[in-house]
Design a protein around this ligand. Sequence first.
Ligand SMILES: [Zn+2]
Length: 412
Amino acid sequence: MNNIVALEAERMIDARGGPPVEPAVVVVEGERITAAGSPAQIKVPEGAKRIALGARTLLPGLIDAHVHLKGWRSANPNDILITPHPLAALRAAADCRRLLHAGFTTVRDCGGCLGPHLRDAIAAREIPGPRILTAYRGLSQTGRVETVTWAADIRPLRQEVDGVDDCRRVVREQIGLGADLIKVSITGRVYAPQSDPGQTAYTLEEIRAVVDEAHRMGRRVAAHAQATQGIKNGILAGVDSIEHGIYLDQEACDLMRERNTALVPTLAYFHRIATLGESHGSPAYAVRKAREVVEAHMNSFALALRMKLRIGMGTDFEGSPLFPHGENGMELELMVQGGMLAGDVIVAATATNAAIFGIEKKVGTIATGKIADLIAVPGNPLKEISLLRRVEFVMQGGRVACSRIPDVAEIS
Ligand SMILES: [Zn+2]
């Protein structure tokens, strides 16, 4: 018989859009949730092991829609060249543990060369970490990538590719090498010396080829898109999510609503480069460009909220002290500061992200039949969103992955 566990807490936010349930019980059998709701309505099976979470709030495990698992420890991209590859891989493994212990039970790796390997090691329970969906190496137009890829033969983080036919070929190649999704950079960027966030990169035809090939193979497409026209090209070509979306305008929002394209804003990324980049050794061009875009980005976020776009939550963190894995919850605080209601931010970081990935039947809410990825935080995060950075209990697939509650650690 499956191991049955009953989690009891003062409050549950199930991320299905309704009010919190107070108090609440969630019954977990094996790796799945078999019941969730008010204790008055739920019959806890005989012999179930009880986990009393006290004055805490139960939520679905958090999901970050945009991370990089590169094991970076410096804000200067050139430093990766003097980092031995096995060391970077070990650091990325440590980042996976940090993410899980911070309550992130699923992440989407939007480009790097370690994603499929970390995903497989975690799925086989060889190392602790979140469920990973990986883009493996993202596609980028030639000449648009970081300085480090001047040494492209050493460790390509992105796949430079141009032209309709070659774009198709590389999408096939990435999928063959284990990519769960395709990441494509369709505009310029902040963190590269050779391009600007206001510039388009791939042509509409190239993006269409990428999307067509990816969708035909059952993979979703996440597009790094910052420039207004580039964003529109992406939406028209059918990408599934616009990552960053710095320069949205009314027409872009109308198109996104029409086509149900999701936005993953990554507010913390630019905010941290602009405010802390200098002291962390970010290249001067990145600091300058981040400062130039921060205000426009926040305005675009406000416009997206007014337009009721489908908004997910992603950080673009990659592990350096400037973008530290484990502190990804700071994005939630910025989203609230940007005008989003705390309850909507929680839905963005759980249910909406799961839907953006196409795994909403498995994870993202607390509901019967879902995989038991659950977290608990002290107090009420609807009143204080920063509590989501104080995760005290993490259950992953029905197993207690981390507990900072003394009695519960013993029970598990
Ligand atoms: Zn990124």
